[in-house]
Design a protein around this ligand. Structure first.
Ligand SMILES: CCCC(=O)SCCNC(=O)CCNC(=O)[C@H](O)C(C)(C)COP(=O)(O)OP(=O)(O)OC[C@H]1O[C@@H](n2cnc3c(N)ncnc32)[C@H](O)[C@@H]1OP(=O)(O)O
Length: 540
C-alpha cells in the first residue's frame, strides 16, 4: 500500500495521526492474510508497536506486508512501514508490525490454513522467527501480569492527599457503521485501534496541555468480535507520567440493542499506549498525582510496563558491536530469551556464507558484515544420527563435559522456564593456564513443524550470583549455537554458528588442512572446533 499523506490524515502539527496509521497497517496486513487464506480474516492480536519516525503532510507512506508463517488456524503477517519524502527522496522507517489473523468461513468457523511454503532465504528466516514471536505473544499476558505483581514502587506520602485524575478520564461511544467493518460485518481491528488512539490522545493532551505524540502501543489482543450495529464504548485514562512520556490505558467494550433493551457489555480489548511530549511544545510534564487505590494500582502497573518496554527496546536494538553481555533481570527475561533464539535464527538464515575450508566430514564457512565475522562449522549429514537424540545431548549444558574436551565444569545459575536457563561454564583456555568462564543463557527449541530445525542458542549474560572472580578469565559471546536439521527423516546435519567479536577475526582463516599446527592461533581455533565435532560424533 502506498498513501500520500493528505490534510485529512494529519493533526494540527501536520503530523500523521496515529489512529490513521494503525488502520492502514491492519488493512494492509489483512490483504496479505486473505490472499493466503482465501477467506475473510479477523485480527487476533497486534504485537508491541514502536513508532520510530513521524510522518508529515505531503510525504508518502509505504506499507509492505507478507505472511511470515501459517500455523494451524492462525497466521503471522509482518508489515514494514516506511515513508519517503518526495522532495528530498529520503526514506525512513516508521515501524515493523506483526499481526496475527485467523480466517473464518461463512459460518464464522475457523478455517484450517493451507501450508505456507517459503522460497527465499529471507522468507525462511521470517518463518523461523514467527514461531518464536508466537511463543512470546501467547504467554505475554501472563508474563506481564507476573512481572507487574513483583514490581515494587514507593509512593510518596502526600499521594494519599491528592486530587483525583478525573480530568484525564475520557469516555466516548462510537456506532459501528458499514464503512467500519469488513464484508462479513466484523469491525476492522485497525478501526477499533484508531478509536482507541483518539480517546487516548485526549487523555494524554489533558495531562500535558498540548498534543502528545504516539510512540508505542503494547500488545493488543482482540478477545471477541464486534459487528455493524454495535455501540463501542471506549474509556481511557492516564496511568502514569514520566519525564517526557506518559502511559494511557484504554478499555473497549461493545453492546447492542436487543429487543428494545441494552444488551450485555462485552469486553473487546484493552491496550496501553505511550506518548511523548517532545514535539508538543511542552517542556516538562506536570507531576502525575493518581487517586488512591485504583489510580495508585494503575500507576504502579504502568511503571512496571515501562520498565519492560525499555528493557525490550534495549535488547532488540542491541548492535553487534555493543557490549556482549546483557544483565539478566526478571523484566527482560522474556525478550532476552526471544533475542537469543532470534539472533541464532537470523545468522543461520543468511545465504551469503563463503566456504573457507572443507574436509570429508566438516565444512567451515565464514561471513563478514559491518566488521563482524561469523563462522559456521557444519558436519556433513550423518545417516546414523537421529536429530532429536543430538538435540537432547546438545541442549544439556551438563552433558557438554562428556563430549567437549575443553569444558571443565558446568553449574546451573537460574532456570527460567522449560526451554531457557542460565549456566556458569568453565572451559580450558588454549592460550593460558587460567581457565575461561562463561555465564551463558542457553535457550533450546524443538521444531514446531517438520520443516523447522532444532535449535540451541547461547549468549552471554551477567547475573549477580556469578560475579567475575580472579581464578577465571571471564569470556563473552554475543550469539552462538547449534542448528540441527533432520533431512528426509534419515539424515541429520549439525551446524555450529558463532558470531565472533573483532578480536577473533584473525583466528579464522581459510586453511583447515594444517589442524595440527598449534603454534598458530587460527589453527588452534579451527582445531578446537574440529576436535569438538569429532568427539561429539564418536559419542553416537
Ligand atoms: C482488517 C481485518 C478485519 C478485522 O480487523 S476483524 C476485527 C478485530 N478482530 C476481531 O474481532 C476478532 C475477535 N476475536 C475472535 O473473534 C476470536 O478470538 C477468534 C479470533 C475467532 C478466535 O477465537 P477462539 O476460537 O477462542 O480462539 P483460539 O483460542 O482457538 O485461537 C485461535 C488461534 O489464535 C491463536 N491465538 C490465541 N491467542 C493468541 C494471541 N494472544 N495472539 C496470537 N494468536 C493467538 C491460537 O494459537 C490459534 O491459532 P492456531 O490454531 O494454533 O494456529
Amino acid at each position: 500500500m502506498n498513501q500520500v499523506i493528505q490534510s485529512s490524515h494529519v493533526n494540527q502539527y501536520n503530523i500523521l495521526d496515529g489512529g490513521q496509521l494503525l488502520k492502514w497497517v491492519d488493512t494492509c496486513a489483512c490483504l496479505s492474510a486473505e490472499r493466503l487464506a482465501g477467506y475473510p480474516c479477523v485480527t487476533v492480536s497486534v504485537d508491541d508497536l514502536h513508532f520510530e519516525n513521524e510522518v508529515k503532510l505531503g510525504q508518502v507512506l509505504n506499507l509492505k506486508a507478507q505472511v511470515n508463517r501459517a500455523f494451524t488456524t492462525s497466521m503471522e503477517v509482518g508489515v514494514k512501514v516506511s515513508f519517503e519524502s518526495l522532495t528530498t527522496q529520503e526514506i525512513k522507517p516508521v515501524c515493523d508490525a506483526f499481526i496475527t489473523f485467523v480466517a473464518l468461513d461463512n459460518n464464522g468457523k475457523k478455517v484450517k490454513l493451507p501450508p505456507f511454503l517459503c522460497q527465499k532465504p529471507d522468507e525462511k528466516t521470517c518463518f523461523a522467527l514467527a514461531n518464536e514471536r508466537r511463543k512470546v505473544r501467547i504467554t505475554h499476558a501472563n508474563t506481564v501480569k507476573q512481572l507487574i505483581a513483583d514490581y515494587e514502587i514507593n509512593f510518596k506520602k502526600d499521594y494519599f492527599l491528592i486530587k483525583n485524575e478525573s480530568t484525564q478520564l475520557v469516555e466516548s461511544v462510537e456506532l459501528v457503521l458499514p464503512p467500519h467493518a469488513n464484508h462479513h460485518g466484523n469491525t476492522f481491528g485497525g478501526q477499533v485501534m484508531a478509536w482507541m488512539e483518539n480517546v487516548a490522545s485526549i487523555s494524554a493532551g489533558r495531562l500535558c496541555h498540548g498534543l502528545a505524540t504516539l510512540r508505542s502501543v503494547d500488545m493488543v489482543y482482540f478477545r471477541g468480535p464486534s459487528t455493524v450495529g454495535d455501540r463501542i464504548v471506549l474509556t481511557s485514562i492516564v496511568n502514569n507520567s514520566f519525564e517526557t512520556s506518559l502511559e494511557v490505558g484504554v478499555r473497549v467494550e461493545a453492546y447492542r440493542y436487543e429487543n428494545g433493551k441494552i444488551g450485555e457489555r462485552r469486553h473487546i480489548n484493552s491496550a496501553f499506549l505511550s506518548y511523548d511530549i517532545t514535539s508538543s511544545g511542552v517542556k516538562q510534564l506536570p507531576p502525575f498525582l493518581p487517586e488512591p487505590k485504583d489510580g495508585m494500582r494503575r500507576q504502579k502497573e504502568a511503571a512496571a510496563r515501562r520498565k519492560i518496554r525499555l528493557d525490550r527496546r534495549y535488547i532488540l536494538s542491541l548492535q553487534r558491536n555493543d557490549r556482549l553481555s546483557v544483565a539478566w533481570s526478571r523484566t527482560n527475561a522474556m525478550y532476552l530469551c526471544y533475542g537469543n533464539i532470534t539472533a541464532l535464527s537470523r545468522i543461520a538464515g543468511k545465504s551469503d556464507w563463503t566456504v573457507a575450508a572443507s574436509t570429508t566430514s566438516v565444512t567451515l564457512c565464514t561471513r563478514e558484515q559491518d566488521g563482524v565475522l561469523s563462522f559456521c562449522v557444519t558436519l556433513k549429514p550423518q545417516t546414523e544420527l537421529c536429530a532429536s537424540d543430538v538435540f537432547d545431548v546438545l541442549k544439556n549444558p551438563f552433558k557438554r563435559v562428556e563430549w567437549d574436551p575443553l569444558t571443565l565444569s558446568c553449574d546451573e545459575v537460574k532456570r527460567i522456564g522449560d526451554e531457557d536457563g542460565i549456566y556458569h561454564t568453565v572451559m580450558k583456555s588454549q592460550t593460558s593456564e587460567v581457565p575461561n568462564d562463561f555465564v551463558l543463557l542457553v535457550s533450546d527449541r524443538r521444531p514446531a513443524t517438520d520443516s523447522d530445525p532444532y535449535k540451541v542458542a547461547f549468549r552471554s549474560v551477567t547475573h549477580d550470583r556469578v560475579p567475575q572472580t580472579t581464578g577465571f578469565s571471564r569470556t563473552e559471546v554475543a550469539c552462538a549455537g547449534f542448528v540441527i536439521r533432520q533431512d528426509c527423516g534419515t539424515c541429520t546435519e549439525i551446524s555450529y554458528y558463532n558470531e565472533t567479536n573483532p578480536k577473533l577475526v584473525s583466528y579464522v582463516t581459510c586453511d583447515l588442512a594444517g589442524l595440527g599446527n598449534t603454534e598458530n592461533q587460527n589453527l588452534i581455533f579451527c582445531s578446537k572446533i574440529s576436535t569438538t565435532c569429532g568427539i561429539f560424533l564418536t559419542l553416537f
